[in-house]
Ligand binder design. Structure first.
Ligand code: 8YV
Length: 318
């Protein structure tokens, strides 16, 4: 059983994988090229990609040996599922294990944006801090403000829990259907079946919808116009959800007070119009980046590979 892992994984997971399978880890900091990925389809039985690999129809057509694509990560919009399905290739992901880490980064961005922490750090490091004064870098409080979650799955709910129980925020959400009664009761969460209605009511909007064609540019110029003046936009989901030219315009005009982003449409490129703006916090896709989570993601992917080899039901088929 030949397995290709496209990036280096935490040591403990690599050791566990290497003990069971003939595994190749793509060494180095660079993702594999599209040609390398296509060639791998004919040379390996299992491919373990990450969000930085585009497993499109061209790659999938590259060979007939791969039978399982075990993604290291929960989002799978970088994998052409229809092309995989057409060739009978199973696809799995790693849900659940990165919920807390990603919700932590959502809160990091909410706090950094509303308390102007990035601006303050840049000012201090540039030697421009002139000392404490009552009007210096004054941000906004979270207590009593409305957090509007666009998407209310595991990560949306975990973000809302932190914001509500930890910071006293009120919770509203938009999604395909209302959440479980127990969650709604715990958080006092208000369901908005209409996106613009959620946007109009939220002081902080946090995106937790999957990427892909169905959600591309859902936060476009019209949606941003529907947001409350002085609101904040937070994105830890996928960059493709947002029209960044419209976001930059709203940040420049002051319609939005700020934004916090961890993801971008064509990573590692960051939309140039954002780089010069003080009121946006820009992180390099850190959502799942803590040691425990990255290990758990690896062991979750490994469990899927093992189940596949044993002919058992795949724990996380998508
Ligand atoms: C992962 C993510 O680190 O799981 C996801 O969907 O976006 C990340 O936080 C990344 O995808 C690794 O493949």
């Amino acid at each position: 059983m030949r397995v290709l892992v496209t990036r280096r994984w935490p040591e403990a997971v690599e050791a566990a994988l290497a003990a069971r399978f003939d595994v190749t880890f793509n060494d180095g900091d660079k993702p594999l090229s599209q040609d390398d990925l296509a060639a791998a389809m004919g040379a390996y039985d299992v491919l373990c990609p990450t969000v930085s690999d585009r497993i499109d129809a061209g790659v999938i057509a590259g060979g007939d040996r791969v039978r399982l694509i075990a993604n290291y990560g929960v989002g799978f919009d970088h994998i052409d599922l229809a092309a995989a399905r057409a060739k009978g290739i199973a696809v799995t992901n790693t849900p659940g294990v990165l919920t807390d880490a990603t919700a932590d980064i959502a809160l990091t961005l909410i706090l950094m944006a509303t308390r102007r922490a990035g601006e303050g750090e840049r000012e201090l490091r540039a030697g421009q801090w002139s000392g404490w004064r009552p009007t210096h870098l004054v941000g906004q409080a979270l207590k009593g403000k409305v957090l509007g979650c666009v998407g209310f799955g595991r990560i949306g709910i975990a973000t809302a829990r932190r914001a509500h129980h930890g910071f006293g925020m009120k919770i509203a959400y938009y999604g395909r259907r209302p959440c479980e009664d127990a969650v709604a009761a715990e958080l006092g969460a208000t369901f908005h079946p209409d996106l613009n209605s959620l946007l109009a009511t939220s002081d902080v909007v946090s995106l937790h919808a999957p990427g892909g064609a169905g959600t591309a540019n859902m936060i476009d110029a019209g949606a941003i116009a529907a947001m409350k003046p002085g609101a904040y936009l937070i994105n830890t989901a996928r960059g493709t959800l947002v029209d960044h030219a419209a976001l930059a315009a709203a940040l420049r005009s002051g319609h939005l007070a700020g934004a916090g982003l961890d993801v971008y449409p064509a990573e590692p490129q960051v939309p140039a119009e954002l780089l010069g703006l003080e009121n946006v916090v820009l992180l390099p896709h850190l959502g799942s980046a803590n040691r425990e989570t990255r290990e758990a993601m690896g062991f979750c992917a490994l469990a899927n590979v093992e189940a596949f080899v044993e002919g058992a039901d795949l724990p996380n088929a998508v």
